[in-house]
Design a protein around this ligand. Structure first.
Ligand SMILES: Nc1ncnc2c1ncn2[C@@H]1O[C@H](COP(=O)(O)OP(=O)(O)OP(=O)(O)O)[C@@H](O)[C@H]1O
Ligand SMILES: [Mg+2]
Length: 131
């Protein structure tokens, strides 16, 4: 398990590199790695911009004999009141493109918003190795 602090845009780069390295170690395909790193980058940016900073935790996981890589993005920001709305392409509260969250969801195998109760945000994504 590795925890990466996300407090600056430099840290978003650190998070990207960490995910790339761990995904290669798990043995994900090049395509799955590219997708996962892109999703991680968007979620890390959201932690920084919308959540006021936080952490990314990287875990190796196993399910039904399958290996995978799981990332938890956690911040203590305002949280996401309406998750369905936030996932919609083009929805943004930051005058940006509003593509990060929905794009990230489409790029990964599992996508879960674990908490959204006004006391921060926790998003968990997982990419599985093909057997
Ligand atoms: N960690 C977070 N904490 C609070 N709100 C969030 C968080 N992540 C996303 N959101 C909310 O969901 C909206 C949509 O996120 P999304 O990443 O799709 O778009 P964006 O960050 O505004 O723009 P883009 O990612 O395209 O530059 C954000 O504008 C913000 O209101
Ligand atoms: Mg975003």
């Amino acid at each position: 398990m590795v925890v990466v602090e996300i407090r600056s845009s430099e840290h978003v780069g650190t998070a990207r590199k960490q995910v790339q390295a761990r995904a290669m170690a798990v043995g994900l395909s090049t395509l799955e790695i590219t997708k996962f790193v892109t999703a991680a980058s968007e979620l890390a940016r959201n932690v920084l911009i919308h959540g006021g900073g936080g952490t990314m935790t990287v875990h190796d996981v196993q399910r039904d004999g399958k290996a995978g890589l799981q990332l938890d993005f956690e911040d203590q920001g305002p949280g996401i009141a309406d998750v369905t709305l936030a996932l919609r392409d083009g929805y943004t509260t930051a005058n940006s493109l509003g593509l990060g969250l929905g794009g990230a969801k489409r790029l990964v195998h599992d996508f879960e918003i674990v908490s959204h109760d006004g006391s921060g945000t926790h998003i968990r994504i997982t990419q599985w190795k093909r057997r």
